[in-house]
Design a protein around this ligand. Structure first.
Ligand code: G16
Length: 564
């Protein structure tokens, strides 16, 4: 390493001391903590992002967000050149960097890593990092720390794109590296025009049905509401009413947002009995998650939740239908021999009823640990991979090779029988691949796809909700002294430490008909999460409560049970 580079790194890191007595780790979606202790971490992630850009000789992204966490938290994650999350191979190095206590220890870690990875840190090669942040008040100063980190690598430049949803930044990084336009207007143009194409392809029978084309969206008082206000002006045949836009003084994620709605299953702030019967949806703090809900007809606050599993089921049904039209018998003279491998990816949080439903559709269902980085990797192994977490984070991936086949088939169909049902199916699938974010789960593009699929099928939200009936479930979180004390296996369904805890959970679960329960350490909050399913809501609540007490007995700091 050049002397100039060494001095630059030493000086820059001496300006940002790491927090004392805290061990940070690159969790489910990057580093997250109280914003007041994150400056040095973000500064170091800026350096890491520049190294990643040098190593890959591509543009990478850096996003300042803590998504669903409370407003006083913040976080930082790197977007890889493909638009996906940072490669998991670099996560241990990210942990070491964030926790190095002195500038010298920090420098020696970098020196070793640069040599091992053969990163051209010579000041000749250039690096480029796209920066984005959500609307948290701490975002601006943390972004400055990231910029200072980036500028301490010779040849690295940062491009500040301002306030963005996390999926917008992922989309732009992917687009830049594919040589496409990587701006916010280009993003809006692509998703709105593919939405309009799908609307044009709605069958005449359902086009004439009197379906309500209004959706009311809870923006979580975050970035998603703000962006949706722009997007909605570019759409036809859909009316979007945005609430909790962040402009009315509401606090981000406080009694609002997809995480609150999905976990607590109650009406978010800003919605009331006047909304009974309306199709309502909720985004999370950085607009990468989407859930739908129905306001109750009675005086309780309990909603009917239409979660990520049901969004996945709706999408799977639609894609499967289009594929079967496309490969219909009687068109053998055309190049009809490419049967798409369609796969579905879920996590242990998926409601058991959703998995049964997907299997009944004849789909291959695979389970991974929580975190889209795991689901995305599996989905990418299919021609069409649909992945969703129950919390509403997910997307549909199309492989490049299958899309090339589809383009060719579309041309062929256009030549042989333009306007045929098969050609329309091909065009629909091509439009879906452009509408839905290929880099990461994206609430805005998923919202548009849900809306157009409902219009296509002529379905109300009630009809969609009736696809299957969820098994009653309950999620709780338990504050513990050290969440790393819990380790899991089998896609997080079995706890292998602390010793004896899984046996205690199994003994409790066995008491409940159709009981299922697991625990896992959160990767974004300092808690252990508990998920329970059973044949009745009372039983699911009771199982989750008992297991939370078990966690507390093994590791906790006085768990108090409370249900909304
Ligand atoms: C992040 C990840 C999601 C994950 C969620 C919850 O979401 O992107 O894939 O499901 O954290 O993680 P945990 O249970 O480990 O706290 P977000 O929306 O907060 O970025």
């Amino acid at each position: 390493m050049k002397e100039e580079q060494r001095l630059l790194l030493l000086h820059s890191s001496s300006l940002f001391s790491p927090p004392q007595g805290v061990k940070l780790s690159y969790g489910t979606a990057g580093f997250r903590a109280d914003a007041s202790i994150l400056k040095s971490t973000v500064h170091r992630v800026g350096i890491l992002a520049a190294l990643r850009s040098l190593k890959t000789q591509s543009v990478v992204g850096l996003m300042i967000t803590a998504s669903h966490n409370k407003v006083t938290d913040n976080g930082v994650k790197i977007v890889d050149p493909s638009g996906r999350m940072l490669t998991q191979e670099w996560e241990p190095f990210a942990d070491q960097l964030a926790n190095a206590q002195t500038p010298e220890a920090f420098l020696s870690l970098i020196t070793e890593f640069v040599e091992k990875e053969k990163i051209p840190l010579d000041g000749v090669q250039s690096a480029e990092i796209l920066l984005g942040r959500d609307t948290r008040p701490s975002g601006e100063s943390l972004l400055e720390a990231a910029k200072q980190g980036i500028s301490s690598i010779l040849g690295a430049i940062a491009l500040d794109l301002g306030i963005l949803t996390a999926p917008q930044l992922h989309w732009m990084v992917r687009a830049r590296n594919k040589g496409m336009k990587a701006t916010e207007p280009a993003y809006f143009e692509q998703i709105s025009s593919s939405f309009r194409c799908l609307v044009d392809l709605i069958p005449n029978e359902t086009k004439s049905s009197k379906m309500d084309n209004t959706v009311v969206v809870d923006g979580a008082d975050g970035v998603g509401g703000e962006k949706l206000e722009v997007l909605k002006t570019m759409l036809t045949s859909l009316v979007i009413e945005v609430r909790n836009t962040g402009k009315g003084g509401g606090i981000l994620n406080d009694g609002v947002g997809a995480d609150y709605v999905q976990k607590e299953k109650v009406v978010p702030r800003g919605f009331c009995s006047n909304d009974v019967g309306l199709r309502c949806a909720s985004l999370d703090g950085d607009a990468d998650r989407l859930v739908y809900f129905l306001v109750p007809t009675n005086s309780s606050r309990k909603i009917d939740l239409i979660d990520g599993d049901k969004i996945l089921s709706l999408f799977a049904l639609f894609i499967k239908e289009q594929l079967s039209i496309l490969t219909k018998k009687g068109t053998e003279n055309l190049n009809n021999n490419s049967h798409a491998r369609l796969g579905v990816i879920q996590t242990a949080y998926a409601n058991g009823a959703s998995t049964d439903y997907l299997k009944q559709l004849g789909l291959e269902v695979i389970f991974t640990p929580t975190g889209v980085k795991h689901l995305h990797e599996k989905a990418a192994q299919f021609d069409i991979g649909i992945y969703f977490e129950a919390n509403g984070h997910g997307t549909i991936l199309f492989s490049e090779s299958w899309l090339s086949w589809l383009e060719a088939r579309n041309n062929e169909l256009g030549f042989a029988s333009e306007g045929s049902e098969q050609q329309k199916a091909a065009l629909r699938l091509l439009s879906v691949s452009k509408l839905i974010n290929q880099a990461v789960g994206d609430a805005l593009s998923c919202l548009l796809l849900v809306e157009v699929v409902l219009q296509h099928k002529g379905w109300s939200i009630h009809k969609w909700n009736e696809l299957y009936q969820d098994l009653p479930s309950r999620q709780l979180k338990v504050k513990v002294v050290d969440r790393t004390a819990v380790a899991t296996t089998n896609a997080e369904t079995v706890a292998i430490s602390p010793p004896g805890i899984q046996e205690a959970i199994d003994a409790e679960t066995a008491k409940y008909p159709r009981g299922r329960c697991f625990i896992r350490p959160s990767g974004t909050e300092d808690v252990i999460r508990v998920y329970a399913e059973a044949s009745t809501q009372e039983a699911a609540d009771s199982l989750a409560g008992s297991v939370a007490k078990i966690v507390d007995r093994f590791l906790g700091i006085d768990f108090k049970l409370s249900f909304p």
